[in-house]
Design a protein. Structure first.
Length: 337
């Protein structure tokens, strides 16, 4: 790529077949970005952080195909198993997702940086908006549509074919929706609202209504904002709720929260139950984490930390106090595949 990137896309993974058909999902993610960058003529760099690569599997540079053009430049930032082993709970959690994303964010070159995941496809309408419509002091969120693609097919379906699939769930600011219109029963929603009202009344009022559902799959803001926040919290635990705290930090700093309307959405390639959070697989996920002794932030824990941030008043209040967030003090291997 000859031009400076207008957008940096950051994701983290390792070749361990997490969630099933992981390399297929990652390949579709790469293909989708490369094809859209070329078609819309938007210079994009992809920083894929390869965290703790398994010694018995090929590295990502060899395991995947890497389309290149003057509009798309992929880089792989490698965090070694030895560095991973320094963190608490390294045996139970092979990938610290938010620390890994910080590694990529810190090393990004574009003004706007999208933190996302390797099972995400961007709608054409969303990608087209990146060229002209982004504001420098805003953080962008979108709805996420879960889809189920045939990832065992050879050749793989194209990103366009996947984006055209019917959605299984839509994750919106007000929660999860299904195509048949079903929601939780009215009495369950009423009980939830009552419990939240009681909690808020006894804990200092309601938190701001931020679009935290699925925010780890799409959080787009400027390099300057990411720098002000020192990225995501770098706590050695499962990533649940850590992505949401980035939104709280940005809100506290006065960053404008923008939710883009459909059809500006992301499409999420469904993975195995218990490998990540879904309404149906939540119990299995947390059972697996508990069995492995891996900590995670509870809903009440998120509430407590969010209130601590907001009580500090207007401004950036990084949860990572060190200026070396994102492994800034480490010389990491960068591979251009």
């Amino acid at each position: 790529m000859t031009a400076a990137p207008k957008l940096s896309v950051v994701a983290a993974t390792r070749n361990d077949e997490h969630g099933g058909n992981q390399m297929a999902r990652t390949q579709l993610f790469i293909n989708g970005l490369a094809e859209q960058a070329l078609r819309f003529k938007l210079p994009v760099e992809l920083l894929l952080v390869e965290w703790n690569p398994p010694p018995d599997r090929p590295p990502l540079a060899e395991a995947l195909s890497w389309p290149r053009s003057e509009w798309f430049a992929p880089r792989i930032v490698v965090v070694s198993p030895e560095l991973h082993a320094r963190f608490p709970h390294a045996d139970g959690l092979p990938l610290f997702q938010m620390i890994a994303k910080n590694v990529g964010i810190r090393r990004s070159a574009a003004e706007f940086v999208l933190a996302t995941n390797i099972d995400i496809l961007l709608s054409d309408e969303l990608f087209a908006s990146f060229a002209h419509d982004l504001k420098p002091d805003a953080l962008y969120r979108v709805d996420r549509l879960d889809i189920e693609a045939d990832l065992t097919r050879n050749p793989l379906p194209s990103p366009a074919e996947c984006r055209a699939l019917p959605w299984l769930r839509a994750h919106r600011q007000d929660g999860t929706h299904y195509p048949d219109g079903r929601r939780e029963p009215w009495y369950a929603r009423a009980r939830s609202r009552f419990n939240r009202a009681v909690w808020n009344a006894t804990h200092g009022g309601a938190l701001p209504d931020l679009f935290t559902w699925g925010c780890g799959d799409f959080t787009l803001t400027t390099n300057k904002v990411w720098e002000g926040m020192h990225g995501y919290p770098e706590w050695p635990m499962y990533s649940f709720h850590l992505d949401s705290l980035a939104l709280v930090m940005a809100y506290a700093a006065g960053v404008e929260m923008v939710t883009l309307a459909p059809p500006q959405v992301v499409h999420h390639l469904e993975h195995g139950a218990g490998s990540g959070w879904t309404p149906e697989g939540a119990r299995r996920l947390f059972g697996r984490l508990d069995a492995a002794g891996v900590p995670y932030l509870s809903g009440s824990g998120y509430d407590r930390v969010a209130r601590e941030i907001l009580r500090k008043g207007r401004g950036f209040h990084p949860l990572n106090e060190s200026d070396e967030w994102g492994l800034g003090g480490e010389e990491l291997t960068v591979v251009t595949p």
